[in-house]
Ligand binder design. Structure first.
Ligand code: HEM
Length: 332
C-alpha cells in the first residue's frame, strides 16, 4: 500500500509536509519524555527539585528538557498549520471525513498534553496558570464544578493535581494519542493524498511517496532538528521559582501562547451580556466552536462557488481572530 502511494504535485504541495512534521515532533516528544522520566519525580515535595536536578546535575539533562519544551511548542504550531491547510485545501471532503474527525481529536489531545505538561515542573507560573485554567473550566454551569474537582483531584490545586496531571501526561494521553495517530495515518494511507477540488479534472503530476517524497520529508525533519537544537541551546527553557500555594499570584499572569486567544477573549468580554454572565457565555461559545470543528466535513461535502467563498471566509476570519488576539494577549 505504502509502495503504491503517490503525492500530487501542484502549487499547494508544500502543505503536505506539515502532517509528517507534526508526527516527527511527536516522536521527539516521546523520546525526550521517556528520558526525562528517568529522573522526574511526580510529587509536590520533589517535582521542582527533580527538574532542578535534571537541568543542573544530569549530563545534557538541560538540553533534553529544553528540547522537550521547545518541541512541544513547535508541534502545536505545525499542528495548527496542518489543520488550517487541510481546511483550506478541503482535504476533508468524502471519503476523508473520519481522517478529519480523528484529527480534531488529536488537536484536543495535543492541547491537553500542553496543559498537563505545563504543571509538571511545579513552579510558580505553572501553579497559578493551572489554577486559573481549571477555574475557567469550573465556571461552566452544571458540569463545571465536577470537571474542576476531577481535574484538580479536590477543590484546590495541590500535590493531588500534580499526580493526576502526571498520570494524564505520561499514560492516558500518550495511549489515546497513539490510537488516534494510528487511525489517522492508516486512513491517509488508505485514501492517498487528496487533490484540491479546484484541480480535479485537470492533469496533476505525481511523485512517488517512497522514496521521493519521504526523502523530502526527511530533509524537513533534519532541518527541524537543527532549529530545535538551536532554540534549545540558545534559549534554554526557564524553570523559575518553586510553586507556593500561599504566595500571591504573580502580576499579569498569562497562559501558554496557544491558549492566549481564548484567555484574551474572556478578558475582553463584558461582565454581563443581556443579564447573562459574560465569562460563561464566552466559554460556551468556545465549546460550540469545538463542536463545529467536528462537524465541518458533514456540512461541507462538495464544491460549489458560493459555499467555497463562505468557508474560505470563515477560515480566514478564524485565523485572523486567533492571530490578532494572540498578539494582543502577548503585548498587553
Ligand atoms: C498529532 C496530530 C496530527 C498528526 C501527527 C497528523 C498527521 C498527518 C499526516 C502524516 C498526514 C499525511 C500528510 C499530510 O497531509 O500532511 C495527515 C493528513 C491529514 N490530516 Fe493530519 N495529523 C494530525 C492532526 C490533524 C488535525 C488536527 C486535523 C484536522 C482537524 C487533521 C486532518 C488531516 C486530513 C484531513 C488529512 C488528509 C490530507 C490529504 O489527504 O490531503 N490532522 N495528517
Amino acid at each position: 500500500m505504502v509502495k503504491k502511494k503517490e503525492v500530487p504535485l501542484h502549487r499547494h504541495s508544500i502543505w503536505y509536509y506539515f502532517g509528517g512534521m507534526t508526527l516527527f515532533l511527536f516522536t521527539v516528544q516521546v523520546v525526550t519524555g521517556i528520558l526525562l522520566l528517568l529522573y522526574y519525580r511526580p510529587s509536590s515535595e520533589n517535582a521542582f527539585e527533580s527538574v532542578q536536578f535534571i537541568i543542573t546535575e544530569v549530563k545534557f539533562g538541560w538540553l533534553i528538557r529544553s528540547i522537550h519544551s521547545w518541541s512541544a511548542n513547535l508541534m502545536i504550531a505545525t499542528l495548527f498549520i496542518h489543520m488550517f491547510s487541510v481546511f483550506f485545501l478541503r482535504a476533508y471532503y468524502p471519503p476523508r471525513e473520519i481522517t478529519w474527525l480523528s484529527g480534531v481529536f488529536l488537536l484536543f489531545i495535543v492541547i491537553c498534553f500542553g496543559f498537563s505538561g505545563y504543571l509538571l515542573p511545579w513552579n510558580k507560573l505553572a501553579f497559578f496558570a493551572t489554577k486559573v485554567g481549571t477555574e475557567i473550566a469550573g465556571v461552566v454551569p452544571v458540569v463545571g464544578r465536577p470537571i474542576l474537582r476531577f481535574l484538580r483531584g479536590g477543590d484546590d490545586v495541590t500535590g493531588a493535581t500534580l499526580t493526576r496531571f502526571f498520570g494524564f501526561h505520561v499514560a492516558v494521553l500518550p495511549a489515546t494519542a497513539t490510537v488516534f495517530i494510528a487511525v489517522h495515518v492508516l486512513l491517509v494511507q488508505m485514501h492517498g493524498m487528496s487533490v484540491p477540488p479546484k484541480l480535479l479534472g485537470q492533469p496533476v503530476k505525481k511523485m512517488k511517496f517512497v522514496p521521493n517524497f519521504l526523502l523530502r520529508d526527511l530533509i524537513g525533519w533534519i532541518l527541524a532538528i537543527g532549529v530545535l537544537a538551536a532554540l534549545a541551546a540558545l534559549f534554554p527553557w526557564e524553570l523559575g521559582e518553586k510553586a507556593d500555594a500561599f504566595a500571591s499570584a504573580p502580576a499579569g499572569i498569562k497562559p501558554e501562547w496557544y491558549f492566549l486567544f481564548m484567555f484574551q477573549t474572556l478578558k475582553l468580554i463584558p461582565a454581563k451580556i443581556m443579564g447573562f454572565d459574560g465569562e460563561v457565555l464566552g466559554i460556551m461559545a468556545f465549546n460550540v466552536v469545538a463542536v463545529l470543528l467536528f462537524i465541518v466535513p458533514f456540512v461541507d461535502r462538495s464544491d460549489n462557488r458560493r459555499r467555497r467563498l463562505i468557508f474560505n471566509l470563515l477560515g480566514v476570519l478564524a485565523l485572523l481572530y486567533i492571530v490578532v488576539l494572540t498578539i494582543v494577549g502577548y503585548v498587553t
